[in-house]
Design a protein around this ligand. Structure first.
Ligand SMILES: [Zn+2]
Ligand SMILES: [Zn+2]
Length: 396
C-alpha cells in the first residue's frame, strides 16, 4: 500500500540528489533550444532508471516512459530546462559560471525535481497501473518548446491522458503549494509598430511630419483599449516596452519603431486585440499625416487548469503537507507559461510550489539577477507530483 508518508519519506531521501543536481544545472545554465548538456544529463538519468527514452524531441527535448507493472492510463509530468540571458549577480558557490546566462526562473529546480520524481516512481513500478511520461522541455522562456514537443509526438505512444507541471515561486512561502481552478496564466502576444513621418528641421515643424509626436499620441491612445474598450472586470494588458527613433535634438524624426506586449485571459478578448490595435494606430497616424506598419504575433495561449486533475493534485498536496499548507490562489497571473499547450492538448494542472524564505534572503522574484529559491521546496515538489501521479493511475 502506497501512503503519503511513504512518498514523503522517499522524496526526503532524494533531497541530496535534488540539491546536487540543481546546483550543477545552476552553475551550467543553457538558454532555450541550446539545452544540450542539461538534456543529456536528464536523458542519462532516465536511461539509468531503465526507461524508454526519446531525445531531440521538438529540439533539445527529452522524454522517458515508465511502464507500471499493470496496464492503465498514462500521465505526463513536465519540467522546463532553459535558463535566461541574464548575468547572475549571486556570489554563492553554485552561481552561474557562464557570463550573461543564468537560471533566474528556477527551471534548474524543475528539471532536478522531475529527475528525482522519475527515480521515486521507478522504485514503485511494481505497484503502478499505467504509465508515467516524463517530459523535459526546452525553451519555455521563448521561443517555446511545448508546442514543438507536442508536434513531435511527445503525447502519443503511449497516448498521454493527463499532464502535471509546477513552478517554483518566491512569492509563496516554502513548504506551501498554490493551486488554482480555471485559468492560471495569460495569453501573451507581441506587437511591432513602425510609424513613418517626414524628417525636417527642429525649427521648422511645418515642413515635416513628426513621427515622435505621432508615436506619443499612439502610445496614449493604445491605453484606451484596456481602459475604455474592455470590461473593467476582464483583465487585459497592452504595454509598449520599447520606443526607438530620432537623430538629434534639433531634427524632427521621420521614423519611430516600437515594440510591446499584449496579455489577455479570454480567447474572445484576445482575438479582438489585433483589430483594436490596428484601428487605433491607423486612426492616429491618418489623423496626423503619418503612415504605419503593424505586426501582431500570437504567442502562448492562456493556460487552463482542468477541474478533476486539479482536485487530484489538491488532495495529493493536502495528504503530503496538511490542509493549511495548501493555498487556493485568488487570481491567475498575467504572465505566460507554455505549459498552456499541454493543458490545451490533455486535461492538466499546473501547481505553484512555494520557495520563499526571507530568513535565508530568498526574496527576489523570477527573472531578477539575484533570483534563488529555497532548496527545501524540492522534496515537497517531488512528493506532491509523485503522489498525484500515483493517485491518477489508481483512479478508475
Ligand atoms: Zn521565467
Ligand atoms: Zn519559469
Amino acid at each position: 500500500m502506497i501512503s503519503a508518508a511513504l512518498i514523503a519519506d522517499k522524496a526526503q531521501s532524494l533531497k541530496g540528489f535534488c540539491i546536487e543536481t540543481r546546483r550543477d544545472f545552476h552553475r551550467n545554465p543553457e538558454v532555450g533550444m541550446q539545452e544540450e548538456r542539461t538534456a543529456r544529463l536528464a536523458a542519462q538519468h532516465l536511461e539509468k532508471l531503465g526507461l524508454d527514452i526519446r531525445t531531440g524531441v521538438g529540439g533539445t527535448g527529452v522524454s522517458g516512459v515508465l511502464q507500471g507493472a499493470r496496464p492503465g492510463r498514462t500521465i505526463a509530468i513536465r519540467a522546463d530546462m532553459d535558463a535566461l540571458p541574464i548575468q547572475d549577480q549571486k556570489t554563492c558557490d553554485y552561481a552561474s559560471r557562464r557570463a550573461g546566462v543564468m537560471h533566474a526562473c528556477g527551471h534548474d529546480g524543475h528539471t532536478a525535481m522531475l529527475m528525482a520524481t522519475a527515480s521515486l516512481l521507478t522504485d514503485l513500478r511494481d505497484s503502478l497501473c499505467g504509465n508515467v511520461q516524463f517530459i523535459f522541455q526546452p525553451a519555455e522562456e521563448g521561443p517555446g518548446g511545448a508546442r514543438a514537443m507536442i508536434d513531435d509526438g511527445v503525447l502519443l505512444d503511449p497516448k498521454v491522458d493527463a499532464c502535471l507541471g509546477l513552478h517554483l515561486q518566491t512569492d509563496l512561502l516554502v513548504g506551501r503549494i498554490g493551486i488554482r481552478y480555471g485559468t492560471i496564466s495569460a495569453a501573451s502576444d507581441s506587437i511591432e509598430i513602425s510609424i513613418r513621418g517626414q524628417a525636417g528641421p527642429g525649427a521648422g515643424p511645418h515642413e515635416a511630419v513628426d513621427a515622435i509626436a505621432v508615436a506619443a499620441q499612439a502610445i496614449v491612445a493604445l491605453q484606451t483599449i484596456v481602459s475604455r474598450e474592455i470590461s473593467p472586470v476582464e483583465p487585459a494588458v497592452v504595454s509598449v516596452g520599447t520606443v526607438r527613433g530620432g537623430y538629434r535634438g534639433n531634427v524632427i524624426a521621420d521614423e519611430v519603431f516600437m515594440t510591446g506586449t499584449v496579455r489577455t485571459l479570454q480567447a474572445d478578448t484576445r482575438s479582438m486585440m489585433p483589430q483594436r490595435i490596428e484601428r487605433i494606430i491607423r486612426g492616429v497616424t491618418g489623423a496626423m499625416r503619418a503612415s504605419y506598419d503593424l505586426k501582431y504575433s500570437f504567442g502562448y495561449p492562456s493556460a487552463l487548469n482542468d477541474t478533476a486533475i486539479t482536485a487530484l493534485a489538491e488532495s495529493a498536496a493536502k495528504e503530503i503537507l496538511g490542509q493549511d499548507q495548501v493555498e487556493h490562489l485568488p487570481a491567475p497571473t498575467m504572465g505566460a507559461e507554455d505549459f498552456a499547450y499541454f493543458a490545451e492538448a490533455v486535461p492538466a494542472s499546473f501547481l505553484r510550489l512555494g520557495a520563499r524564505n526571507e530568513a535565508k534572503g530568498i526574496i527576489y522574484p523570477g527573472h531578477n539577477p539575484k533570483f534563488d529559491f529555497d532548496e527545501d521546496a524540492m522534496p515537497t515538489g517531488v512528493s506532491v507530483l509523485s503522489l498525484a501521479a500515483i493517485k491518477y493511475l489508481l483512479e478508475r
